[in-house]
Design a protein around this ligand. Structure first.
Ligand code: FE2
Ligand code: FE2
Length: 295
């Protein structure tokens, strides 16, 4: 059944995960850091099996409900940016209401993850706009604070309006999506043209697309690709959907790939010393971003 209103969902259908970080832990398990063995089952979590079940349920709902029409409805709503206006610093405080208090490994806030990502990029000497990209890349998760279900804020993204690749995680769950049997959307190209470029393709709705539109006037193109496609693992990790790409996408792909390890592998239990870092980041934000951002 297509979803037209979030209000019709039960709590379990809205929020199958105990926290958003469970999705990211599952991605990390799927793409372990090169040279470092994946956490074994015992070490990963104390309650491994329940976590795995919630992640699977999360993907089941995500693949069932993210239809082409659902994506259009969310774009119409959120890309008006009429919800809130905040300074970047107020926005981090707002985002931090999404605390992962269920995680036995870390009590990291969303802001600490963003800061660690940014600091890892800075430590490797990348340009300052990429550091800022790291700092801002998950700001779109505020969607959950606007009442969106977890599966409409996070999760691997994938094109809607054309056939699903079996390179998307849990492809079997797409059979429950109404678009799967819709002849407009279930051919290889669906509503798109071969080589049309990802800018003309609608991905499943989530924090990537939202933050891209939020910041598209303020960061260079390479940074915007990092924001917009960082959860599109079927593309940047699995090489799927090549028939939708144009030359520009192929030129930008190395930048998306460059960004991904900083997102996945920078988590560290010791939080960065924010007071020491603050002057640098205040100057960086002031250099690129306006006084307030619209949500
Ligand atoms: Fe993200
Ligand atoms: Fe992230």
């Amino acid at each position: 059944m297509p979803v037209t209103s979030n209000a019709s969902l039960s709590t379990n259908e809205k929020n199958p995960l105990t926290s958003l970080d469970e999705w990211e832990d599952a991605v990390l398990e799927r793409y372990p850091e090169p040279g470092i063995p994946a956490k074994n089952k015992e070490a990963f979590r104390n309650y491994e099996e329940p976590v795995r079940d919630t992640v699977k349920e999360f993907y089941r709902l995500n693949h069932m409900y993210q239809t082409y029409d659902f994506v259009q409805e969310k774009r119409d709503n959120y890309l008006k940016f009429d919800k809130k206006e905040m300074t970047v610093w107020e926005a981090f405080d707002f985002l931090n209401q999404l605390v992962d208090d269920s995680d036995p490994d870390t009590e990291m806030t969303q802001f600490q993850h963003l800061l660690q990502t940014a600091e890892a990029i800075r430590a490797d000497g990348h340009p300052d706009w990429m550091v800022l990209t790291g700092l801002m890349h998950d700001m779109g998760k505020v969607l959950c604070l606007f009442g969106e279900p977890q599966w409409a804020a996070v999760g691997d993204t994938f094109p809607v309006g054309c056939a699903y690749s079996d390179k998307v995680v849990y492809p079997e769950f797409f059979k429950n999506n109404p678009d799967y049997n819709d002849p407009r959307y279930n051919t290889k190209l669906g509503i798109y043209e071969e080589g049309c470029g990802l800018r003309n393709v609608h991905l499943s709705w989530g924090h990537d697309e939202y933050v891209y539109h939020m910041l598209k006037d303020y960061l260079p193109e390479e940074g915007l690709y990092m924001l917009r496609y960082h959860s599109f693992y079927a593309w940047h990790r699995e090489g799927a959907y090549s028939y939708l790409l144009d030359d520009h996408d192929r030129q930008m792909l190395p930048w998306v790939k460059l960004f991904n390890p900083y997102d996945l592998y920078s988590k560290c239990p010791t939080p960065p010393d924010w007071n020491a870092l603050r002057p640098y980041y205040e100057a960086l934000v002031a250099k690129y971003l306006p006084a307030t951002i619209k949500f």
